[in-house]
Design a binder for this molecule. Structure first.
Ligand code: FAD
Length: 551
């Protein structure tokens, strides 16, 4: 074959104008907004303890685990080869490795083991980092973490379960809890006829003559179905009540929990979500009969903060992917990162992540203060997760679409994490209270707990007088909040958005770099504020904003 022909053919194998393969990253050391937020919101030990996680979660090995856990989704194994019921889910080894990464280092337990001493900040920051390894496995981590405050309402149950739930030892074996080194917990509330309105639950609980209850009914969504127990709601004569349903009965038999099928989901593929049936399953009551919703709310308050934080971690991961790409890819004579429109877009996205992080970690500090009995922090803790959960999740799907677009065609291809992040983006908004329902919760908190709004006002007031858009936006908000409560419902989404953005603006004005704070307030609260990313004032200090992304 003539030389020229060989050269021509091989030329297609010479890759030019594409970024180098991704290498290992240190997700904590390279994230200046995270480092700064931790420095102001958490005691110093938190950053020290997170440092190895930042390196490990950003390592090429762990990133590959995240990809593998998604490419090989969990499989349902209903029966063994002889036809005996198994009701098990088989996960890829990558999923188990990720569970080890979180649990063997105590990130599911740190909030309680260091409660009131920075534990919540450590948990939230760890979740933000773990999400960047893979968001799906964070679901069982969150539920296991969040279950403890609900179990505290039944001290005998807590005494038996807490040691296993707090153990730094992921133990995936299918065994009775008493034989395991470490335990995980799921939750099963949603039924076919009602997920938001759980009062319509029809699962029935009957008191046994000895210890415990017997549950009969179907649950339409139950994630992490290999958990060792499920916090669940069922009807009793007293009304909707909360129960703990273990996988094994006290005498060591498999409990009557049948897995019906796994959901084939848009994203969140590494995590299994099942339909389950309680066929007279043995259970223990948690909290007072008839007070099921109030009891499980202790868990939901915790999951809500995680559902507010995970999207910020996902946005950070997507931002870094996009930034890495546009700095190495050239079009029309210069790097994409030097094109003015691309710079505005990424600067805008970087601010969104920084604002989200500031709000999540402030909320985490409020949880920690509440645990120490500080009343104004407890008041904040009631409201901030609701605001953050609503707003961060509303910002995420569009963010992922933009990040994907920064990579052009390959952003839409599964070999980059962007496609996976795009599919994952809506889920935190839907579960654990979908957008509208969260806004209704906001109205409830505002009506029942005026101290919570007062605490938010105090946070915002600390920054007032520094930036005119924030001052104007807050005055408008106060005027609207003064309306008769019955008239507020149609405006609840606007209120949630505005409260969240005012808080984010105030936090950035007090603690962030002035360039970020000023541009954030002008672009979110000022006259030109619009729904799309990449719309900033013409004189926005882009270099300073982009510098926040890091290398
Ligand atoms: C991947 C995944 C995993 C899940 N895992 C679990 C799990 O482990 N355990 C569990 O219990 N559940 C789980 N869920 C279920 C989830 O919590 C529910 O789907 C969710 O709470 C919404 O309930 P629903 O599907 O019944 O929707 P609906 O309650 O029918 O709501 C539909 C829409 O109507 C809106 N809406 C409801 N009421 C009002 C109102 N008054 N005004 C205006 N709008 C309203 C909602 O915001 C929502 O947008 C999971 C869901 C998903 C997608």
């Amino acid at each position: 074959m003539p030389d020229t022909a060989a050269r021509t053919r091989l030329a297609t194998h010479v890759v030019t104008n594409q970024p180098a393969p991704p290498g290992a990253r240190d997700l904590l050391a390279e994230d200046a907004p995270l480092g700064e937020a931790l420095a102001r919101e958490a005691p110093a030990w938190v950053t020290r303890r997170l440092a190895p996680l930042g390196r490990e979660a950003g390592s090429t090995e762990v990133q590959a685990l995240g990809e593998a856990a998604n490419r090989h989704p969990p499989e349902l194994r209903l029966f063994d080869r002889h036809g005996r019921r198994l009701d098990e889910v088989h996960y890829h080894p990558a999923y188990h490795a990720l569970m080890h990464l979180a649990i063997d280092h105590g990130w599911h337990a740190v909030a309680w083991q260091e409660e009131g001493r920075g534990g919540h900040q450590a948990h939230v920051a760890a979740l933000y980092l773990l999400t960047q390894a893979e968001p799906g496995f964070c679901c069982p981590i969150t539920m296991t973490h969040a279950a403890l405050p609900a179990l505290r309402q039944a001290s005998a149950v807590e005494a038996r379960w807490a040691p296993g739930l707090l153990a730094w030892d992921y133990d995936p074996r299918v065994r009775p809890a008493s034989e395991k080194h470490g335990l995980t917990i799921g939750m099963a509330m949603t039924e076919k006829q009602g997920g938001s309105d759980v009062r319509t639950n029809t699962t029935r609980a009957e008191r046994l003559s000895g210890d415990g209850w017997r549950l009969t009914g179907h649950k339409w969504f139950c994630s992490a179905p290999m958990s060792d127990a499920f916090l669940t709601l069922a009807q009793t004569d007293e009304g909707l009540s909360c129960f703990l349903v273990p996988r094994f009965t006290p005498d060591g038999e498999r409990n009557a929990i049948e897995l019906q099928r796994l959901k084939e989901k848009c994203g969140n593929r590494a995590n299994a979500s099942a339909e389950i049936e309680y066929r007279g399953a043995w259970a223990e009551a948690i909290g007072e009969p008839g007070r099921g919703i109030a009891t499980i709310l202790a868990m939901v308050q915790q999951t809500r903060l995680d559902a507010a934080t995970a999207p910020v971690g996902m946005m950070r991961q997507a931002l870094v992917e996009a930034w890495r790409h546009v700095r190495e890819r050239h079009a029309f004579g210069r790097a994409l990162a030097e094109q003015p429109l691309m710079r505005v877009l990424l600067a805008d996205m970087a601010m969104e992540v920084e604002a989200g992080l500031a709000l999540s970690l402030r909320a985490a500090r409020a949880f920690d203060g509440a645990a120490r009995g500080e009343t104004s922090e407890a008041a904040l803790a009631r409201l901030l997760p609701t605001l953050a959960k609503y707003w961060h999740n509303k910002r995420t799907p569009a963010f992922m679409a933009e990040a994907m677009e920064c990579l052009g065609g390959i952003g839409y291809v599964e070999e980059t994490p962007l496609a996976r992040l795009y599919r994952e983006a809506p889920v935190n908004s839907i579960w654990e209270g979908s957008g509208n329902v969260i806004c209704l919760d906001l109205l409830r908190v505002l009506a029942r707990h005026p101290a919570s709004l007062a605490a938010v006002r105090e946070e915002v007031n600390a920054a007032r007088g520094r930036q005119t858009d924030l001052d104007r936006a807050w005055s408008g908000l106060e005027a609207e909040l003064g309306a008769a409560p019955a008239t507020l419902e149609p405006r609840a989404r606007w209120l949630a958005q505005r409260l969240a953005q005012c808080l984010q603006g105030a936090l950035l004005l007090r603690h962030g770099p002035p360039a970020v704070a000023e541009t954030f307030c002008r672009s979110r609260l000022g006259g030109e504020a619009g729904p799309a990313y990449g719309v900033l004032p013409g004189d926005a200090p882009l270099a300073a904003l982009l510098a926040r992304i890091g290398d």
